[in-house]
Design a protein around this ligand. Structure first.
Ligand code: MYA
Length: 630
């Protein structure tokens, strides 16, 4: 799994301490050298991503500070025109309980959503959409998530992934042909998953073979768990295409994305699946039997399908943070109304410390999640292309935060929370899938850790190369060696961005700076210890990913709360408090996670976990008998 990352990681210098032993010599002899401003670093594309750069122990803050504010007055006014009608739709037309019970959204309700333009929020107006940007989309999706996640999935599967490929990769002709259809009443779906291909997205089995005259492809195979699969007319389908390597002449299968129209013939759907939640969303198998796809319906180029799929998913993931921000708001509202009124032991629930801690944590999680959503959407709207790790983090964070918030809301409400009439039981069921689909959180954690390590590791490789030709690379070597020398003798300073935050957040910013410094050191240490084998160390990778999530989310809330304070928002003090509390706890978790992966005694526990799991798998269940012996 995630083999490309391991391939690309290449050999990581085990003799890294060589750099440190060289320090004094290099420092003495090279200090006087006039360093030319060119080195290997400059020739390589540097990432603007905050998360990528912490893998080098560096604070790259250009995509974090200041907190984005990408809406002009005109964009704000446009957005406001849609907010009230969408709220009204959810209050007056949509019935989430009925949707859940019937397992579908009825035609009248769907029609109302089409009339609102909710199926084409980001499609340019010339193609019949609302023409809104990512930030505006996020604001509308928050409303959807507040009311009905099942409806959200119908909408999201259509536009966040169903036809997003046409928006991102479509030729002018493809856009002109298909976008008016997907804004004009025809549903779209994203068809990647197959019976044997879930997380391992590049292993799809569906196959499309090009006709000898090159005019079309013939597609065969099946897809499963396709949202909107039962009624979509336009599919983005991923299939293997046999392709000749121009260099070796060898024929190999390469994933290719296609726009498939049900009207081509040979496309059929299975019955709707019965699920735990998001019941009104339609999930079916889709079968392709000798489907003739015109050659011009290849999306993003033959053999480019994996990249197309990944970038569609990357592009849509912040939408989950948006939707679940709304969901958390709704859960918090319900449980806080209860805590404000319910009296037990002579006091209102809100007066008990245990309840206060729950409420504070729920509020922080929602705040962090909402901040992630608008930070990423804002960066995307500004044209950033370096957001894939942040998008993955937002998906992981949102889905876990919302699950926890909903669960704790139920806990605060006690028996009342367990009753269907309170509405939280449905939300909890709906939420469960969010940690699984659109990239399982376990996979996305590995993706974050390995992609970051690849970036950090590439930097170390640059250094290794630089040492092979020291005269030409004095700049890079000198800079790195002095960094390491000062760190080694304890004189190094952690990345500092306290000047970018509100004065009351400077201590918090210093904590994040320290986390980044320790993070970079931990990556180096992990690479020295495991080399390429790091790819297999999932116990370690998960902790690195968690520390990355904690560090990035801290920087994001520092940015948002600082902006709130600078703009003197009425909630500024509240936001500053949440940012301080979040950073304090997150820094402790980062510290813990980074200590764990270096601690021999804890590493022994990983070995124990492996053995325990092996025993259980061999026993095909719990291994021990009862203490009674039978
Ligand atoms: S849809 C199905 C969702 N499925 C997935 O998300 C699949 C998860 N799997 C993966 O993401 C990949 O296969 C992984 C890679 C990560 C496991 N961005 O060899 P590799 C590059 C950019 O490591 P693998 C659904 O659930 C990589 O750098 N590039 O790949 C419906 C390398 O490049 P190079 C990436 O081992 C839900 C190359 O690819 C990425 O196969 C409905 C190969 O890499 C990436 N992410 O594993 C939701 N990953 O060769 C509805 C890899 O150059 C929406 N690469 O080094 C709901 C919205 C909310 C509501 C909205 C309401 C309106």
């Amino acid at each position: 799994m995630i083999t490309g990352v391991s391939k690309a990681l290449g050999h990581v210098p085990r003799s890294f301490n060589k750099f440190v032993s060289l320090n004094s010599r290099c420092l003495a002899t090279q200090a006087a050298v006039k360093v030319k401003e060119r080195d290997a670093k400059a020739s390589k594309k540097e990432s603007e991503s905050f998360t990528m750069n912490i893998f080098r122990g560096e604070a790259q803050v250009s995509q974090v500070f200041p907190f984005p504010n990408p809406l002009s007055q005109e964009q704000t006014d446009t957005l406001k025109m849609f907010i009230d009608p969408i709220e009204k739709f959810f209050e007056e037309v949509n019935d989430p309980v009925r949707n859940d019970e019937t397992g579908e959204v009825d035609e009248t309700t769907k029609r109302a959503l089409w009339d609102l333009g909710a199926f084409g929020i980001q499609v340019p107006e010339e193609f019949g959409g609302l023409g809104l940007n990512n930030t505006q989309y996020g604001r509308l999706v928050e409303i959807v998530g507040k009311h009905d996640l099942g409806v959200g999935i119908m909408l999201g599967s259509h536009q966040s992934i169903g036809f997003k490929g046409i928006m991102l990769y479509g030729t002018p002709a493809q856009k002109a042909k298909y976008l008016p259809r997907v804004t004009g009443g025809e549903y779209a779906a994203f068809a990647l998953t197959e019976p044997s291909t879930g997380s391992d997205a590049s292993a799809v089995k569906c196959r499309a073979v090009k006709s000898s005259d090159g005019s079309h492809y013939v597609l065969n195979g099946s897809k499963m768990w396709i949202s909107n699969g039962g009624f979509a007319n336009i599919f983005t389908v991923f299939a293997q295409v046999p392709m000749k390597d121009p260099v070796t002449g060898e024929t190999k299968d390469k994933v290719t994305a296609f726009i498939v129209d049900r009207g081509f013939g040979g496309v059929t759907s299975g019955p709707p699946e019965k699920k735990m939640g998001i019941n009104c969303s339609n999930t079916t198998e889709v079968f392709f039997e000798d489907v003739k796809i015109p050659a011009e319906n290849v999306l993003g180029g033959e053999g480019q399908g994996f990249k197309v799929a990944m970038n569609i998913l990357n592009n849509g993931r912040f939408g989950m943070a948006a939707a679940l921000s709304g969901t958390m708001q709704a859960c918090i509202k319900k449980s806080v109304e209860f805590a404000n009124n319910r009296v037990q032991f002579g006091k209102k629930l809100k007066e008990f410390g245990s309840i206060q801690e729950k409420i504070a944590r729920m509020a922080m999680l929602q705040y962090v999640d909402q901040s992630l959503c608008y930070m990423i959407a804002g960066n995307m709207d500004k044209g950033s292309e370096d957001y894939h790790l942040e998008a993955a983090i937002s998906k992981v964070f949102a889905s876990e935060a919302a699950w926890w918030v909903c669960d704790e809301s139920i806990q605060i409400m006690g028996g009342m929370g367990f009753m269907k009439q309170t509405g939280l039981e449905k939300v909890l069921r709906d939420l469960r899938i969010f940690r699984i689909f659109e990239g399982a959180n376990d996979i996305l954690r590995l993706f974050v850790a390995l992609t970051g390590i690849q970036y950090g590791g590439a930097h170390l490789k640059e250094l290794q190369k630089a040492f092979k030709n020291p005269t030409a690379n004095l700049g890079l070597i000198f800079e790195e060696v002095s960094k390491r020398a000062t760190k080694a003798v304890g004189l190094g300073s952690a990345p500092n961005f306290s000047h970018l935050v509100h004065p009351s957040l400077q201590d918090s910013a210093n904590l994040v700076g320290k986390s980044i410094e320790s993070y970079g050191q931990s990556i180096e240490a992990a690479l020295i210890k495991y080399g390429k084998g790091i790819v297999e160390e999932q116990f370690v990778l998960n902790r690195l990913a968690q520390a990355a999530i904690d560090t990035y989310t801290s920087a994001v809330v520092l940015s948002r709360a600082s902006k709130a304070a600078d703009e003197k928002l009425p909630t500024a003090q509240h936001e500053l408090l949440m940012a301080q509390a979040w950073c304090a706890e997150a820094a402790c978790r980062v510290d813990d996670n980074l200590k764990i992966i270096k601690s021999d005694s804890y590493l022994k526990n990983f070995t124990r976990f492996r053995e325990i799991a092996k025993n259980i798998c061999e026993a095909e269940g719990v291994a021990q008998n009862t203490p009674l012996g039978f």
